[in-house]
Design a protein around this ligand. Structure first.
Ligand code: MN
Length: 411
């Protein structure tokens, strides 16, 4: 039996008391950025509720910040204690008169980027995606590069262009050169794509020169969001050898406004797929009692039509392995660092997390509800990615959405 909130939410609410994702919001009448958790179709303002219930100055200070960074920097013990407190506020009927005045309908709030993004890293952890992209970008060669099953491949992206859901995305311009072209040309990308990904938000920092082992993952990672890694395939294809993605990716990366605490995903943990190459010891999670595969099911919509349902449980590398790899050379992490999983693609048709795979380079376009077809994303299209995971006792953990509409290139 799970604890019920005095809010009397339906048992299948994606924002029930077992989720409590963190975000930052303003209202029309109050432009101050405030930290809240989503509960049902409302937002609970945390500093106000903590003050009403009578909490210590120290906690109030963390909750009064205009971003999640100070709270995230406080570390796992604080996060767990705060989560227990918020749960108590929302479940103890005696606290209802104190807490209820700090609820606002979600329809009345504007959500902002919930944390100041530090460094941004994007991985490439789906074997299906990496194999598909290998076939499309390097026809005639082995789809997976020789290192792929030995280390989680990633690159450093541009944190300054990470934007919150709802921010329009201007079609990028750049150099494009198809293999048959004699020379590159300049202009708006003709092959603008999406990548449906899961993002991991670092809270507690690590020390420069010190590797963070697999088992310390949950001490450092605060929570999980959704990511759309917008990708201009024509710009990417021409520029990426030999140093990897650059302008084909850096124009925008969208994130969902709610950060789901790692603690809310305890029942979503699953074993990752069997690995057929023995990992080096620092990446070896085969004896871990609880590996960090996560049963998150995503949905990708274009203008309202579901075009794909990518399964995160199919990812070859877990976020814990990615984190261990990212720090194994002694590189430190800071509060607000974001690392994304890489495109989530499953093995089957209709589970691809990018259009280049879903439409196989445009050869089999996706059909939308209005009868139109898409090889890639067109100006005016709105792409929305949502996700859910299993919560305790049959409940659902919702991630909300990451949405973005494409605007024409600005010449
Ligand atoms: Mn990506």
């Amino acid at each position: 039996m799970t604890t019920a909130s005095w809010l009397d939410l339906p048992s299948d609410s994606p924002f029930g008391v077992h989720n409590l994702p963190y975000g930052v919001f303003t209202t029309a009448g109050d432009p101050r950025r405030r930290i809240g958790v989503a509960i049902g179709d409302q937002v609970l303002e945390l500093a106000g509720a903590a003050h009403a219930v009578g909490h210590a100055e120290e906690l109030l200070e963390l909750l009064s910040a205009p971003s999640l960074n100070p709270l995230m920097a406080a570390g796992r013990q604080e996060w767990t204690a705060l989560r227990a407190e918020i749960t108590r506020w929302l479940t103890d009927p005696a606290l209802r008169p104190l807490v209820e005045p700090h609820l606002t309908p979600r329809a009345d709030v504007t959500l902002h980027l919930p944390f100041e993004v530090g460094d941004y890293v994007d991985f490439y952890a789906s074997e299906h995606h990496a194999s598909n992209l290998g076939r499309l970008f390097r026809p005639g060669s082995e789809p997976l590069t020789p290192n792929w099953k030995h280390l989680p491949i990633g690159y450093h992206g541009r944190s300054g262009t990470v934007v919150v859901s709802g921010t329009p995305v201007v079609r990028p311009q750049g150099q494009r050169k198809a293999p048959a072209d004699a020379a590159p040309s300049f202009g708006p990308s003709r092959r603008l794509d999406i990548e449906a990904e899961v993002g991991f938000v670092v809270g507690a920092p690590s020390a420069l020169g010190t590797a963070v082992p697999l088992e310390a993952f949950a001490d450092h990672v605060f929570g999980v969001c959704l990511v759309n890694d917008w990708s201009a395939r024509d710009i990417q294809a021409w520029e990426y050898v030999p140093l990897g993605p650059f302008l084909g990716k850096s124009f925008a990366t969208s994130v969902s406004p709610w950060v789901v605490p790692l603690d809310a995903l305890a029942t979503a943990r699953v074993a990752p797929p069997a690995r057929d190459v023995e990992p080096l010891p620092y990446l070896d999670d085969r004896d871990a009692k609880e590996p960090w595969g996560l049963d998150i099911t995503m949905e990708v919509r274009i203008n309202g039509t579901v075009v794909s349902r990518p399964p995160f449980a199919a990812m070859y590398w877990t976020a814990a392995q990615q984190f261990a790899h990212m720090t194994v050379n002694g590189a430190s992490v800071r509060p607000g660092d974001l690392f994304a999983s890489g495109t989530v693609s499953g093995p089957d048709r209709g589970t691809e997390g990018a259009l280049i795979e879903l439409t196989w380079n445009g050869e089999r376009p996706a059909t939308l509800a209005d009868g139109s077809t898409r090889a890639f994303v067109e100006d005016g299209d709105e792409v929305v990615i949502t996700a859910t995971a299993p919560g305790p006792d049959g409940t659902v953990i919702g991630f909300g959405e990451v949405a973005g509409r494409v605007l024409p290139a600005r010449g």
